[in-house]
Design a protein around this ligand. Structure first.
Ligand SMILES: [Zn+2]
Ligand SMILES: [Zn+2]
Length: 134
């Protein structure tokens, strides 16, 4: 179970991840918040530092790494479908938007790395994905 505060932090994390507008949560402030991505390219989870331009309050928002259990095939198929339909797939464990990064592939087939920058789960898949064997 997630606490109210964890939910709010997660919401701010998602907004920072998607470069959306953030406002200061301090009562009576409501200033605009700037977020800075502190993560390295190789980090599986992202860390942001946010600062309110009005009251100056700073906060560090980071993902919560948790790689087990990995995504199962059903959720991977769902994420691939959503990506094909130009919808935003989310991680089934934490509702964080999953980022698709295209990878260079020597066999000239498209290949994607799927990343959830909140829990750090990652996987790679060929594209278009193989038909499900049902
Ligand atoms: Zn503020
Ligand atoms: Zn996740």
């Amino acid at each position: 179970m997630r606490s109210e505060q964890e939910r709010e932090t997660h919401q701010r994390f998602v907004r920072a991840l998607q470069h959306e507008h953030l406002t200061c949560p301090n009562p009576g402030c409501g200033g605009a918040i700037h977020s800075r991505d502190l993560s390295q390219q190789t980090d599986k989870i992202k860390t942001y530092e946010t600062a309110c331009e009005r009251c100056g309050q700073k906060e560090r928002i980071a993902g919560n790494e948790q790689a087990m259990p990995p995504w199962d095939n059903a959720s991977l198929e769902l994420m691939a479908d959503e990506h094909l339909m130009h919808q935003q797939p989310v991680c089934p464990f934490d509702d964080t938007p999953v980022v698709f990064i295209s990878l260079p592939n020597p066999r000239r087939r498209a290949r994607y790395r799927l990343c959830c920058f909140y829990c750090g789960r990652q996987t790679e898949m060929d594209w278009p994905p193989a038909e499900s064997k049902r």
